[in-house]
Design a protein around this ligand. Structure first.
Ligand code: SF4
Length: 442
């Protein structure tokens, strides 16, 4: 008989993952435990990962009594751990997994931990797709083809240090942006900076916190303009509707390399008028942004965990700038008619708290933001809330109501996950989770 609701997943001490025979999955919305709505659940998308969470006891619901059950021991008396899903690119998780952290539990590595359950022979997760663009869908990447292209580029660009760096990204980190560069499609990365003027607690290229490992080794030498120009022009001349982007996971903050970026932008536009020249950035230096905009920059994607200054500063730990500078950078772009999107780190409980939504709306309004790229924040949930402190979570309304509230306030606001090509800039696109709106109607 078909099941109507997912059962909880558990892991044994060896990390082997099982579905519990009776108890049902619970989720955590950042403030309280709850059952996800059946309609919020999707089959876990291809390209997602599943993790056992060390030192964390799963919490589940007893379908007969509706009570919360903490699972500590398996039938063999062994310790049980919670299980989480890291949903594939272009998807946003709606809730955190439900677990109790045991004393002495290690901090979790830098992933976005989402809830997951088992139903009718497969894994289900409360998540939604926020971008129909398939540029990072896993079945589109054939490793032997990528390896052959890397060899080809080695011959075509024998002295280009950026291409050498991207070879490592494509073959070792399996970075989809670097792989798309070699495959000659969509968006190409242009890592430029080896330092940063912030010290994010969730930085994936430089981790001051010994307990948490950075996912990438940060670029050790700043890139030079000639190499970047060669990469960009080569990509934009062969890829229709292409995008090239400074600001990647393997580098620091591109704005600290202002003069190199300015020379690169002028060099590219001297050779081609094709595609979008984009900057992924913490937008900390508005004067530099203004210069880059005048040098040919078309779009900026501003990374933010929160638009409330205390929570922004406790996460970014900025040096020599603050949130007002970030907002000013947005204005420098929109005042020139250029494209501004946010790389907004969605964290259930914080992002969908009414106080956060209010301040985010003020930032969108004042900055003239045209798009929000909804990204899952990759961090241990308890560590993050510990660092943010009191008040970060207060009466969260849910991730989908959060998105729908923004669209109601800004009818032209675009949602997505990836930097749009020129043809999609200015188009609002579909509303993520639109079909689920009746679920939240009050
Ligand atoms: S702004 Fe980027 S590079 Fe700098 S610390 Fe934060 S995540 Fe790392």
């Amino acid at each position: 008989m078909a099941e109507s609701y997912p059962r909880v997943m558990v892991a044994d001490a060896e990390g082997r993952i099982f579905d519990h025979p009776d108890l049902e999955m619970l989720v955590w919305d950042g403030e309280s435990l709850r059952r996800p709505e059946r309609e919020e659940l999707i089959a876990l998308p291809l390209g997602s990962d599943v993790f056992a969470l060390p030192g964390r006891s799963p919490l589940a619901a007893d379908p007969d009594t509706d009570e919360v059950v903490e699972l500590n021991e398996g039938p063999d008396g062994g310790q049980l751990n919670a299980v989480s899903a890291f949903v594939a690119p272009a998807y946003v998780r709606l809730y955190h997994p439900a677990y109790e952290t045991r004393d002495g539990a290690p901090d979790l590595p830098l992933y976005a931990y989402g809830a997951v359950g088992w139903m009718n022979g497969r894994l289900y997760a409360p998540a939604i797709r926020v971008d129909s663009d398939k540029r990072q869908d896993p079945y589109r990447f054939d490793v032997p083809e990528i390896e052959a292209k890397v060899l080809e580029f080695k011959l075509r660009y024998p002295r280009n240090k950026t291409v050498r760096h991207l070879e490592h990204c494509a073959l070792v980190y399996h970075c989809r942006a670097a792989q798309n560069y070699f495959l000659g499609r969509w968006e190409a990365p242009m890592p430029a900076a080896s330092t940063c003027n912030a010290a994010c607690i969730g930085c994936i290229s430089d981790q001051p916190d010994v307990n948490v490992e950075a996912a990438h080794t940060r670029l050790d030498i700043p890139a030079d303009a000639d190499d970047l120009i060669e990469v960009a022009v080569g990509h934009l001349e062969r890829v229709p509707n292409g995008v090239v982007s400074f600001g990647q996971g393997c580098e620091g903050e591109p704005l600290v390399q202002g003069p190199v970026l300015e020379a690169t932008l002028r060099g590219i536009r001297a050779r081609t008028d094709k595609g979008v020249l984009n900057l992924n950035s913490n937008a900390s230096l508005p004067k530099v942004v203004a210069k880059l905009a005048d040098a040919g920059l078309d779009a900026i994607r501003i990374s933010l965990n929160s638009t409330r200054a205390p929570y922004y500063e406790r996460y970014y730990r900025p040096t020599g700038y603050d949130l007002a500078d970030v907002l000013q950078s947005a204005k420098e772009m929109t005042s020139r008619g250029l494209y501004v999107s946010l790389n907004y780190f969605v964290f259930p409980g914080v992002s969908d708290s009414p106080a956060e939504i209010e301040s985010l709306c003020a930032f969108i309004e004042e900055g003239g933001v045209q798009m929000i790229q909804l990204r899952n924040l990759n961090i241990d949930p308890q560590l993050y809330l510990r660092e943010l402190g009191e008040g970060a979570v207060s009466d969260p309304i849910g991730v989908i109501p959060f998105i729908h509230t923004l669209r109601a306030r800004f009818p032209k606001l675009r949602f997505g996950y990836y930097n749009p090509p020129r043809t999609k800039q200015g188009r609002k696109g579909p509303l993520p989770g639109a079909k689920l709106a009746p679920l939240y109607a009050t």
